[in-house]
Ligand binder design. Structure first.
Ligand code: 18C
Length: 253
């Protein structure tokens, strides 16, 4: 019987993999679907372009909740020579995180919920004069096949959760995050033979969205300043890192 299982396609060869449900499966499904809907909403009303560098565009909407800045952020980028699978893999996998993440003092996996979903506990660098932040979130990677011809969409969602192995310990403040990286591979001028596709024939359209609540009061101007500087810095560093790591490796479609 598969009544307690959820069927999810996790590979790009269209095979369906049957997975056991876990206590957060329904949450993961709900949040993934929300992101897939939200990703195609445009940024023409109410969003400010706060940074542009070549193909990279970073937008934000100024929003405060009870005097705390919770500005939603949306970034678009196009990266040559890498696939969505590669970008998502380097973003999701624990072993690479400290190579590209510049906001962290530490990261650790505190639970593996299924082969595509883990719970992380992270301690962020302290920004003076604010208290140090930490975060605890499930992180899920998924491949979604759109059609027979198109390349699949890859995505990673990081979503705050509580966990007995990550109690909140003052003076650290727990931030609340809902972040998604959504990637679509484009094959430009495809050679007749799929085996002949080279890195110069591919590029990846990336969308990164973040809703971060700092979890306690922080001076608005300071927070917006840190965000304006750090999100573009993250995107630049992370995408350059993936380009560098994959340069001489076979393409992972
Ligand atoms: O998505 C990213 N990383 C993922 C893997 O780690 C994961 C992370 C989610 C949490 C993002 C929030 C990070 C807050 C960090 C606070 C300290 C920043 C210090 C930097 C100093 C060098 O999904 C990439 C994340 C890129 C994050 C960019 C920064 C966002 C700023 C948000 C402000 C939060 C409040 C902090 C207090 C500020 C004080 C003035």
């Amino acid at each position: 019987t598969i009544t307690d299982a959820t069927i999810v396609s996790t590979s790009n060869d269209d095979s369906l993999v049957i997975k056991d449900k876990h206590r957060l499966s329904d949450d993961v499904e709900r949040i993934v679907q929300e992101h897939l809907k939200y990703v195609s909403e445009d940024v023409s009303h109410g969003w400010d372009l706060i940074h542009q560098d070549g193909e990279m565009k970073v937008y934000r909407r100024e929003v405060e909740e009870n005097g705390i800045v919770v500005d939603p952020l949306k970034c678009f980028h196009t990266i040559k020579g890498v696939t969505g699978h590669e970008l998502c893999q380097y973003f999701w996998e624990f072993q690479y995180r400290m190579d590209w993440e510049t906001t962290l003092d530490s990261t650790k996996i505190i639970e593996v919920l299924d082969p595509d979903t883990m719970v992380f506990f992270q301690v962020h660098k302290r920004v003076w004069p604010a208290a140090q932040r930490d975060s605890c979130f499930w992180s899920h990677i998924r491949c979604i096949s759109n059609s027979e011809e198109d390349q699949p969409t890859w995505l990673v969602v990081n979503y705050t959760t509580s966990h007995p192995l990550a109690p909140i310990k003052s003076p650290q403040v727990r931030l609340v995050a809902n972040v998604a990286l959504i990637c679509e591979t484009i094959i430009c001028e495809p050679p007749l033979n799929p085996q002949d596709i080279k890195r110069e024939n591919i590029q990846c359209k990336l969308t990164y969205v973040a809703f971060v609540n700092p979890g306690g009061w922080v001076p608005s101007a300071a927070l917006r300043g840190v965000a304006k500087r750090e999100y573009p810095r993250f995107l630049k560093r992370f995408t350059s890192y993936v380009i560098e790591q994959t340069r001489n490796k076979p393409i992972l479609f």
